[in-house]
Design a protein around this ligand. Structure first.
Ligand SMILES: Cc1cc2nc3c(=O)[nH]c(=O)nc-3n(C[C@H](O)[C@H](O)[C@H](O)COP(=O)(O)O)c2cc1C
Length: 358
């Protein structure tokens, strides 16, 4: 009873609902629950070692017979720039002082590595049915190896130009990520924040520009949003924020409380947390230093100097320096077990689509 069956045929899932991969706030548990609800579970691997990714996939395989999407970042790795790092530390020094920390203490570098040959070998070994990339695609030789495993390749586009590029360069399915979306913007051919397109405007324009199926992402959090995405020509949806408050997510109690209090006006797009543009609930450092700061080092190095502040503040019960990635539809999310939420989303969307069909 879905108006477009292209994704169901490709993924072999019951519903064309993809759980967004959400690095840092989820693991196999949420993937399994969404798969049990009939959706496609996505495992965010951008912050995992090869061993951890293997362990997580094995847990999922043991618990459900369902396709898996492994998700990776493919940004261009940039070496830390000592002068910028020092300037950033200086900008954050008042917070270090407030928390009784020494800004000169060496800190562990932020861990978000791009997809590389070692991860590609893990993919060849584990053979996930689906692979999704954020920030473009890996270099052609790596992409060729990924495609040789038989995996379907998904990638995010934030403007029509990126969608066309992804189709021409080997993606099988486009994720059209509107500016309403939580988390990092998948931008890779543009860095112009003011020109980022909302989901409602982006999805139909991407659908018109490419031949491959399009998944709508950003601000979709209930049956109405899913039905709207289909009306705009999408073949499915990718949903993140609506699942954040499910018991299976790994969102901390403090962050959960901040997310629960958020309204439609609570999120902003910032570069201060990691050096790349991302949408989240505004925390203290985003408000006071950002939301956009020219001082933030390149991705992911801005996160390095924030690490000790985050740890120290969290010990005091504060989320002043914690990533609270979430999209504009966050308040529509429900605190339900994720399998139940997935079924409810599918049910409500189908009911609305039936109404629309008259
Ligand atoms: C907490 C959080 C973390 C995210 N992490 C990732 C990630 O690791 N990889 C990725 O491709 N997208 C990531 N995203 C973006 C999602 O793929 C997707 O575009 C977004 O969740 C859709 O918007 P919504 O949050 O309004 O549903 C993240 C989003 C959130 C909310």
């Amino acid at each position: 009873m879905w108006p477009d069956r292209r994704l169901l045929d490709l993924f072999k899932t019951e519903h064309p609902i993809v759980l967004a991969p959400m690095a840092g706030v989820m693991d196999a548990e949420l993937v399994i629950a969404v798969a049990e609800g009939g959706g496609l579970g996505s495992l965010p691997c951008a912050m995992l070692t090869a061993e951890k990714a293997r362990e997580q996939v094995n847990i999922i395989r043991q618990r459900v017979a369902a396709p898996i999407n492994m998700n990776f970042f493919c940004h261009e790795a940039v070496e830390p720039d000592p002068a910028r790092e020092a300037g950033w530390r200086q900008r954050l020094t008042p917070y270090y002082q407030e928390l009784g920390l020494d800004p000169a203490t060496p800190v562990t570098a932020a861990n978000r590595a791009p997809f590389d040959a070692a991860m590609c070998a893990v993919v060849e070994e584990l053979k996930p049915e689906v692979i999704s990339f954020h920030f473009g695609l890996p270099e052609p030789a790596l992409l060729k190896r990924v495609k040789a495993t038989g995996a379907l390749v998904l990638a995010s586009a934030t403007v029509v130009r990126e969608a066309v590029w992804l189709e021409q360069n080997g993606a099988d399915i486009i994720i059209a990520q509107g500016a309403d979306a939580g988390g990092h913007r998948g931008m890779f051919l543009t860095d112009k924040l003011a020109e980022q397109v909302g989901t409602f405007a982006l999805v139909p324009q991407v659908v018109d520009a490419v031949k491959i199926p399009v998944i709508a992402a950003g601000g979709i959090a209930d049956g109405r949003g899913i039905a709207a995405a289909f009306a705009l020509g999408a073949s499915g949806v990718q949903i993140g924020s609506a699942f954040l408050r499910c018991p299976e997510s790994k969102v901390s109690a403090q962050a959960r409380a901040a997310l629960a209090q958020a309204s439609d006006e609570s999120t902003v797009i910032t570069n201060v947390m990691t050096g790349r543009l991302a949408r989240g609930v505004a925390n203290r450092v985003m408000r006071e230093v950002g939301p956009i700061s020219p001082d933030a080092p390149a991705f992911p190095h801005a996160a390095t100097a924030l690490g000790p502040l985050k740890t120290a503040a969290e010990k005091l019960g504060k989320v002043d320096f914690t990533n609270l990635w979430a999209g504009q539809a966050l308040p529509l999310g429900r605190e339900l077990p994720a399998a139940e939420l997935t079924r409810k989303l599918a049910h409500d969307a189908q009911a609305r689509l039936r109404l629309m069909a008259g």
